[in-house]
Design a binder for this molecule. Structure first.
Ligand code: HGY
Ligand code: MN
Ligand code: MN
Length: 413
């Protein structure tokens, strides 16, 4: 008698999501579990312990990417890789990243519970520092995996909290002594990632699944506008070289970029005045710009506009401005066959789906450079993410895991 088909244990998955969200939980119902912090290490250890208990192989690499592997019948074949991330924004949500990791683990368990033998091994990856909020670059782990190398320059970088990336990486590796160290990067047959949409489309259309066709481009700039510190009370306008005036003028003009191009996104996430005294005109203003667009040339045009507006506003305020690109991800289109596989898997699992491009970047962008990759989206309430109010209906979390299971069964053959 053939074994019963594998099935997602909804209750187990939803309980796991709650247990992991408790690590770094914030008073307003979100999660602060930034990359390579104690909280990140705690959830990594929780997942590693679950993997060992199920007899999966648990390994990590020099970028502290964590891998749980369920063997296949043909060990010579490159594995199918599932994955996502467990690090969060400072005021992040319970599902961004964690849903993909825990649904991926649930898929491994469902295969194990049903005694399903896949030809290929199925591995689950937990990518280091997807968010890029504590340390640059974002998608650090998946970039290093895809390149097969960790840039030596990264280790010396510091986060806004003063922590040194190299030290935090080492401490994270040391925190999982039971995870064998493996080389960075290895061949994979394909990559699948389940993630929340972080936008309003699926919810608005009442759909459970998104078959993601690609990811738009992202470019981060670090901007410094330098003027002259001066007394707030005695310095008349004509004698001021105020970088905050230049920043305000430039940002006011740049706000029009999104009005003129509905696909463009421009965000100032960080801004600080130095020295930051209430009664001194600042010497300099440092801010970040997050630029997004599905089209690479349009992204270049937005960067040119940013530089022009900054230069002009700085000149008018008798200041100097400089902008450095600190993160740059070109848009990517996912493999057509993999996108079709996601659609077919959603249908088999009984869930309506539509195709869409991801406005957020994901680790899948780098894995797509290595092998055919695709993503599965599920809706989140009001499209809210990178916000403690982020919420996914349990039925959608389960629908995503069911679709991931169906896609895994097809891709792991
Ligand atoms: O910023 C992003 O797009 C991703 O969610 N970290
Ligand atoms: Mn994410
Ligand atoms: Mn995110």
């Amino acid at each position: 008698m053939s074994a019963a088909p594998p099935r997602i244990d909804a209750d187990r998955l939803l309980k796991r999501l709650d247990a992991f969200a408790a690590v770094g939980a914030t008073p307003r119902g979100g999660v602060d579990r930034q990359a390579l912090t104690v909280g990140d290490r705690e959830v990594r250890a929780m997942l590693a312990g679950l993997g060992v208990a199920r007899g999966f192989t648990v390994e990590q690499d020099a970028a502290a990417n964590l891998f749980l592997r369920r063997s296949g019948t043909d060990g010579a074949l490159p594995p199918l890789l599932l994955g996502s991330h467990l690090d969060t924004q400072p005021t992040g949500g319970r599902f961004d990243g964690a849903l993909g990791v825990l649904a991926g683990f649930e898929v491994l368990e469902a295969l194990e519970d049903a005694g399903v033998a896949t030809r290929r091994a199925v591995e689950l990856a937990v990518w280091t520092n997807e968010e890029g909020s504590r340390f640059l670059p974002g998608c650090l782990g998946s970039q290093a995996f895809a390149a097969g190398a960790l840039s030596p320059e990264w280790a010396g970088r510091h986060g806004p909290d003063g922590a040194r990336l190299g030290d935090e990486l080492a401490a994270t590796l040391d925190a999982l002594p039971g995870a064998a160290l493996r080389p960075l990067g290895r061949p994979i047959s394909a990559y699948l990632e389940l993630h929340i949409e972080q936008g309003p489309v699926l919810e608005r259309e009442g759909l459970a699944i998104g078959a993601v066709t690609g990811i738009q481009g992202t470019r981060w700039l670090e901007v410094t506008i330098t003027g002259a510190a001066a007394h707030a009370g005695t310095t008349p306008p004509a004698y001021r070289r105020d970088p905050m005036v230049a920043a305000a003028a430039a940002l006011h003009r740049l706000a029009g970029v999104m009005a003129r191009d509905g696909l463009a996104r421009l965000t100032v996430g960080r801004i600080r005045a130095e020295p930051g005294s209430i009664n001194a005109v600042p010497e300099r203003v440092v801010l970040t710009l997050d630029l997004r667009h599905p089209d690479a040339e349009a992204l270049d045009a937005i960067e040119r506009m940013v530089r022009e507006e900054l230069g002009q506003a700085a000149t008018e305020a008798r200041c100097e401005a400089s902008a450095t690109v600190v993160f740059d991800m070109a848009p990517v289109a996912f493999d057509a066959a993999m996108v079709a596989l996601v659609e077919a898997s959603a249908a088999v699992a009984g869930h309506a789906s539509r195709r869409l491009v991801s406005g957020a970047f994901h680790d899948a962008l780098f894995l797509a450079r290595l092998a055919p990759a695709a993503m599965i989206f599920v809706p989140c309430r009001d499209g809210i993410s990178h916000n403690e109010a982020e919420f996914v209906e349990p039925r959608f979390a389960v629908a995503g895991a069911e679709t991931l299971l169906e896609a895994t069964l097809r891709a792991a053959v």
